[in-house]
Ligand binder design. Structure first.
Ligand SMILES: [Zn+2]
Length: 332
């Protein structure tokens, strides 16, 4: 048993309470490799933003759970080296799908876990979530749960259609499970293809897809039922068109990739939404930078020469999100 506290990590409790009061949101960035982690920590340290490092099922399969945990531990020390005296870093399990997995993360030094039982019938979701909460809270590890279903594909979590969270269920769910935060479905979606062209309109000038707006009425109804309760948005990449264009310009093929407009995430950040998950955008930045190097310097074969620029572009993206979208700069 390793406590996250010994590793210098923090849970989300105080962080979320401050974020709701202050009208901003904490970035939750997924990481799978060293360059991504370096970029996240540099951006967070330089902007003094609290940050949630997320480990998904795909990341565990790709990079190994043990290695990722030690990388997060190293990230705390790296942040201090960068001059961030008291780093506010959470190590979070993204989309935990069983009690055993959540328990193993709690036992291994994670400071926060998500149990995603949203695909199960309501009562089963409550029972499994409560089991995880009862275990995690013994060690002061915070638990995110989910109600409602998001469309899209995120690593191994996928659903063809979304079902908005039902506001009439949230009080019962939060009370009976004791969860610390709640991921809801209001129209965000996993992946770089969040909406089909049929769901969107097309900007006549640019020919780009314009996605349907988030269901702020559902969010408002949830906040009215659960005042001051931390709300989480998954699938909140914006799929910046500059990266999509760069990828396509340098030989890629991402037609009609579309995400959640940043103005809508900004608006959500000012409400009880206090954690916003962003993964696809950094994948796009990484890919765009690598493609550019390959196209411009076909003789390049030193991975540092293309992973380096990818890291720089991701860092720029993370800073932009922190400062211009979530407003979490200067809060840690
Ligand atoms: Zn998710």
């Amino acid at each position: 048993m390793v406590s996250y506290k010994e590793l210098g990590l923090v849970n989300t409790r105080e962080m979320f309470a401050k974020a709701i009061k202050g009208g901003y949101a904490i970035p939750a960035f997924n990481f799978n490799n060293m360059e991504q982690l370096q970029a996240i920590i540099k951006a967070s340290a330089e902007t003094k933003s609290p940050v949630i490092l997320q480990v998904s099922k795909g990341a565990r399969n790709y990079a190994n759970q043990t290695l990722l945990r030690y990388m997060a531990q190293g990230a705390v020390e790296y942040a201090k080296e960068l001059g961030w005296e008291k780093p506010q870093i959470v190590l979070h399990l993204d989309h935990g799908d069983s009690f055993e997995l959540c328990k193993s993360c709690v036992d291994f030094g994670f400071s926060s876990v998500m149990i995603d039982a949203s695909h199960l019938p309501y009562e089963e979701n409550i029972a499994l979530t409560k089991k995880v909460v009862d275990y995690a809270h013994q060690y002061d590890v915070t638990v995110e749960a989910e109600l409602g279903v998001l469309a899209g594909v995120e690593d191994e979590v996928s659903s063809a259609v979304s079902h908005y969270t039902k506001p009439e269920e949230v009080v019962d769910f939060a009370t009976r499970t004791g969860c610390d935060s709640l991921a809801i479905s209001i129209g965000t979606s996993h992946g770089a293809y969040k909406f089909t062209p049929e769901q969107c309109t097309r900007d006549p000038k640019t020919g780009k897809l314009v996605p349907p707006p988030l269901a702020f009425d559902v969010l408002d109804a949830i906040m009215e039922k659960l005042p001051g309760f931390p709300i989480v948005l998954h699938g909140s990449s914006s799929v910046p068109q500059e990266y999509v264009d760069m990828i396509n310009q340098y030989g890629g093929k991402l037609p009609d990739a579309v995400g959640i407009p940043e103005e809508q995430l900004r608006k959500a950040s000012e409400s009880a939404v206090c954690k916003i998950n962003i993964d696809s955008d950094s994948r796009l930045a990484f890919t765009a930078a690598v493609r550019k190097v390959f196209a411009e310097k076909p003789g390049e074969f030193d991975p540092r020469k293309y992973c380096g620029p990818a890291r720089d572009l991701m860092e720029e993206l993370y800073k932009h999100k922190i400062i211009n979208v979530l407003g979490s700069n200067g809060k840690a």
